[in-house]
Design a protein around this ligand. Sequence first.
Ligand code: ATR
Length: 273
Amino acid sequence: MDRYLVFGHPVRHSKSPFIHTLFARQTQQELEYGLAEPAIDEFAQALRTFFDQGGKGCNVTVPFKEQAFTLVDRLSPRAKRAGAVNTIKLTDDGVLLGDNTDGAGLVADLKSHGVTLGDSRILLLGAGGAARGALAPLLAELPSELVIANRTHTKAQQLAAEFHDLGPVTAQTYEQLAGPFDLVINSTSASLQGELPSLAPALIHTDIAIYDMMYGASDTAFISWAKQHGARQTMDGLGMLVEQAAEAFTVWRGIRPGTKQVLRELKRNLGVI
Ligand code: ATR
């Protein structure tokens, strides 16, 4: 049976096996999908061993995405832009192809929620790996403006300069930000510590769409905060997780699974509904 898995550390709580198993069942593909949690300095060896032993493809998650970028034979254009690899496929001619489906997953999830990206003013919070992966797919949707704000402003400036050729992207400090924005995407890891990016409450209005790439069984700190200040449309990163997985599955198997039912089952599994 064709073998796939996700590399991460820690990875025990990953939902990827659950999601890909449902995709496989739905599309009648014969495959198994597991977990691998190598020591931080043993990822390269573990990756080589997996493919030497017949593995067909893998996902890569924190903290290995940047390292995976350096270990593959070839990079997709979107992985090159993201500077990170979350999906690896062994091609028929034996090449390890590195791809990145995170940004495509974000855009697919935003669209499935009916969020309009074209001609919109987007505020992206954070300038780490998650923000980098999102930038090219967001700019491809032709927003009128995309502003990056980050606690460490120089990182936002660097990122804006790097993606400037793809669209109207600028960096502003949290203090400089002037609304109205149509969509705010939180790519920071602040919610993990229950913290908030220092965004002025005045930037939240009833028609704004709020997206937090993080997720949990209950609202993230950022989503709770945005709701308190009047946001009516809030979304967490669970949909992005399923959509990036669907994109990876498509890369591997050449067949696109449906995501709606799988997302519903995942929510049930997590106790969200
Ligand atoms: P990831 O790959 O998830 O993006 P990362 O590369 O470590 O992780 O980046 C984390 C991002 O969250 C950064 O933009 C970080 O801001 P700094 O560049 O200033 O470190 C941001 N971040 C983390 N904790 C934060 C907090 N409490 N408030 C605001 N931003 C925070």
